[in-house]
Write a protein of this length. Sequence first.
Length: 121
Amino acid sequence: MASEEPMASEDPAAAAAPGAYITLADYRGNEAMYGNGDVVLFFHADWCPTCQATEEDLTDNAAAIPAGLTIVKVDYDDSDELKQRYGITTQHTYVQVDADGNELAKWTGSMTSADIAAATA
């Protein structure tokens, strides 16, 4: 089974990448594009109303996500390894990680793209 640990690249140009809301699979497949900016893991469940509200905002306002910020949608119901690593016990939890996947900050609740950007500043 592949590791669920987020990975990052050594590409210094990645910090200038446009902001994005992507899946964990997309993040892992494009580490050079996203890995060196601010990365926030969003533990999302399709059945969670709070998650749905955040997802709607992130999707509707994707262009407003600041350059260098990548918000990674992590399936709460299918990511036991990541939940254990970061001590996640509830969906709609956000974990900011560094290039090595180390936790920098963690918070929960309904958030907009602007809220997430402000929390990572």
